[in-house]
Design a protein. Sequence first.
Lengths: 226, 181
Amino acid sequence: MNAKKQLTEGLITNNPVLVQQIGLCATMAISTTLFNGIGMGLSVLIILTCCNVVVSAIRKIIPEQVRLAIFVVVIAGFVTIVDLLLQAFIPALSSALGVFIPLIVVNCIIIGRAESFSSKEGVFLSFRDGVFQGLGYTCVLVLMCLFRELLGSGTIGGGLLNGASGLITLDGTGAGFRIIPEGFGIGALTLPFGGFLTLGLLMAVMQYALRKSGEKKARKEKEVKE
Amino acid sequence: MKKVIDFVKPAVILLLVAAVVALVLGLVDMVTRDRIEAIAEQTMNDAMQSVLPAESYEQLDVEPDGEVDAAYEAADDAGWVVQVTEVGSQGTVTMMVGVGSDLACTGISVTDSSETAGLGAIASQASEAGDNFRSQFVGQSGTVAVTKDGGEINALTGATITSRAIAKGVTTALALCETLG
């Protein structure tokens, strides 16, 4: 399995959110500002990669009967480490994401990859899988954040960029660039059900694109045959 | 028939994994604990400074009753800072209420809330709209209420419940200080 194929799988053809449809809960809850989206995406990426590597490294000694229990212990361990580090070093992100960081323990992306990939494949492949699947998750989150933040609250880069001076603020206080005047945003989009709508739209676009490219490929093969 | 080892082995391995994870967590906790505590204290102090500036604060012996969490007396008889938790629209809203020695509110700061983003969340944001909302409470005394309930506070648009919760919290804090003062 080469890196390029794994990357396309993580980002597009086997994207954790849009194609495998796992880890949706946090996706909908936190994708309201760019700061949250990138923070959550990177947290999941780091935890996923660490768990993949560890699970893969100990896959030969994990007994079949207790494998899920061991996955959960490993995942919970890494999640707690990331949670503590965020609280200590990036408190703004920790308070913005709140309970959704500890909830990564039950995020099915991580246990799903442990069960279906890293418990069967080598350490290096699992590492790459963690990074690419994590990137796929982050990309979807960022897309959703951009869409919901722009149309919902009328800004871009909330928490991360400072609209007044155009500087990057890492403490989550930046108000973002205001594109739509205050009060004209579609407030509903920032609510959880706006998240459902956004995710539904993204999935529809993804399915359409995947089908089109599939049809194109099939037509090409047919032409080659004729 | 299965041998004893088939039952024992998974348990021992699970125990070992858990032990290693626990050890690592202990180490991380050792590294981060002091920092997390310092940040919590700093946040608390910043919130108190913003509602009632004073050199130091002394915690008073107040029984938490579900609304009032804690009360502090500011140095030089400047007044009190009361931490109150009220029920908002999406969960609880915790706020710091500064009360001057004349029993009027000197400022509020929402320290912890999970109100709706873009609506009730404005109450805790460091934005112009948030500042405007919070500054309405300065100088209020007695019973504080939103205009809908016959008071003087203009509720945040689309967030009457959050605004009511904060008005109620301020009223509670003022009432407590009346008994203290």
